[in-house]
Design a protein around this ligand. Structure first.
Ligand SMILES: [Zn+2]
Length: 187
């Protein structure tokens, strides 16, 4: 019985595999030549594969970065411009998350425990119905206030941050007396 085209292809594949195994150096060289001649095609197919497996690939990349910190550092140092552009693009696309990251970094520099996320802050503002925790007014611009100031050893955590209007936040800044927000919620 003549072979079907599938069977022929499979036989060819196995023969190639055997040949590659028996001639590793020549196989490597022929692969290099093939890759060089098909760079555009290969890049397109890699790109398509990545697009179709975005989440898996992102997870794999993240895992690799975490297990190879020295490589990650090296990459960041040799790709400063693209890192900068990517950080900026992310900040523009996700202003709340970016602001939260910056807030944590600032608090960390002051030696505080800093875990407040953008989602937590949003939930806190919703819990306070958008009102200032001190005067109860609903300001146009709501700010984050540390009930126990960072300078006094307070933390940048959901337990220690309340929404405050600018005047109340500023009044607290100038120090006295240490206010406890009358609208304090148990989160
Ligand atoms: Zn206020």
């Amino acid at each position: 019985m003549p072979l079907t085209s599938d069977q022929k292809r499979e036989r060819q594949r196995l023969a190639t595999q055997r040949w590659r195994k028996a001639n590793p150096d020549r196989a490597k060289e022929s692969k290099r030549v093939y890759n060089a001649a098909n760079r555009k095609k290969l890049r397109a197919s890699r790109k398509a594969y990545y697009a179709a497996h975005k989440e898996d690939e992102a997870k794999r990349n993240r895992l690799y970065r975490e297990t190879h910190p020295e490589y990650d550092r090296l990459w960041q140092e040799t790709h400063k411009e693209s890192v900068r552009l990517r950080v900026r693009a992310y900040a523009i696309a996700n202003p709340d998350v970016h602001r939260a990251t910056m807030g944590r970094r600032r608090a960390q520099k002051l030696g505080a425990v800093a875990t407040l996320t953008a989602a937590q802050w949003k939930a806190i503002v919703v819990a306070y119905k958008g009102r200032c925790a001190y005067c109860g007014k609903k300001p146009q611009k709501i700010t984050q206030d540390h009930v126990l100031a960072l300078a006094r050893g307070g933390h940048h955590t959901a337990e220690n941050v309340v929404p405050a209007c600018m005047p109340c936040n500023f009044r607290k800044h100038t120090g006295l007396p240490p206010l406890i927000p009358p609208l304090r919620l148990l989160l």
